[in-house]
Write a protein that binds this ligand. Structure first.
Ligand SMILES: [Fe+2]
Length: 289
């Protein structure tokens, strides 16, 4: 799919109301919305940015400032290293092309521009090809604290930093391959739950599996849904949220509610564990060789 120098993938028409692993519905975009000059499915440095209004640059700058103030001591070191590496602008909306170039240098992944919804089968296929789908619209200024569905701040500031980490990127690739191999609704549902409790709402604690040594103060965040939401950053680390050790067999069967904050989240000890345990689980289920 990605060979032969192609820089555009044709995405099929996305059925309305379709539930997706990555997004359920679209955030309310800020206005005015300039049409993107690049077609959905354009990849990497070929993606041309829309012309953003000053209000949209200001929304980015405000989100960036608020997030920066909260990160230290709360977010895992790998996320911070990725954020530094990608060198995000603080005062303007970044372009997908510039961030895709950084990602490619780090781990060989690229960004593919999408409008919003990405059905599971396409999403898995993109990850299996080391392409991460990103939108290029930013949320409305009334949704600075929380947006019910991902905008570009979520995609770019939530997801991309970790994809610069070789171990996380390797897990993410394996996840895409497993999803691409899934053939039943049950398998897709397992993968959706694992995604939710790791990629979106995952926590890390070096003693996650050692209750006698575990200290709550050592818990850090890596999930994109938390990292990109100022309100979620402090909530997820509070005692209101119960923490359980990561176990893919448990996660695969834990039902979540997308519309409410979670009362339980899962801690990995490291990205080494995330990758190796996921690979074991996926081969157990016949989804990965
Ligand atoms: Fe996400």
């Amino acid at each position: 799919m990605m060979s032969g120098g192609l820089n555009v993938i044709t995405l099929p028409q996305i059925p309305s109301g379709k539930l997706s692993t990555e997004v359920e519905f679209k955030a309310r975009p800020s206005s005015p919305v300039a049409p993107s000059p690049s077609a959905e499915g354009t990849i990497g440095e070929a993606i041309k940015p829309p012309v953003y209004a000053q209000e949209q640059h200001s929304t980015w700058a405000e989100l960036f400032k608020r997030q920066s103030a909260l990160l230290q001591g709360r977010v895992c070191a790998e996320y911070l290293a990725g954020r530094t590496f990608l060198n995000y602008p603080a005062d303007r909306v970044p372009t997908l092309a510039e961030l895709s170039a950084g990602l490619k240098t780090a781990t060989g992944w690229q960004i593919i521009r999408v409008e919003g919804y990405v059905p599971e089968n396409i999403f898995f296929k993109l990850l299996a090809n080391k392409c991460f789908p990103c939108t290029d619209f930013i949320r409305h200024p009334t949704e600075l604290e929380y947006t019910p569905a991902p905008d570009m701040f979520h995609d770019l500031m939530g997801h991309l930093p970790l994809i610069t980490n070789p171990r996380f990127a390797s897990f993410f690739h394996a996840y895409g391959l497993a999803g691409y191999a899934a053939t039943t609704e049950e398998q897709v549902a397992w993968l959706g739950r694992i995604y939710w409790f790791t990629v979106e709402f995952g926590l890390m604690n070096p003693n996650a599996h050692n209750p006698s040594k575990r200290r709550g103060q050592e818990t850090t965040i890596y999930g994109a849904g938390i990292v990109s939401s100022v309100g979620e950053i402090t909530h997820s680390l509070s005692d209101v949220v119960k923490k359980e050790p990561f176990n893919p067999h448990v996660l695969a069967n834990r039902v979540f509610d997308i519309h409410h904050m979670q009362d339980t989240l899962f801690e990995i000890a490291s990205f080494d564990e995330l990758e190796s345990e996921f690979r074991k689980w996926a081969s157990d289920k016949g989804l990965l060789v």
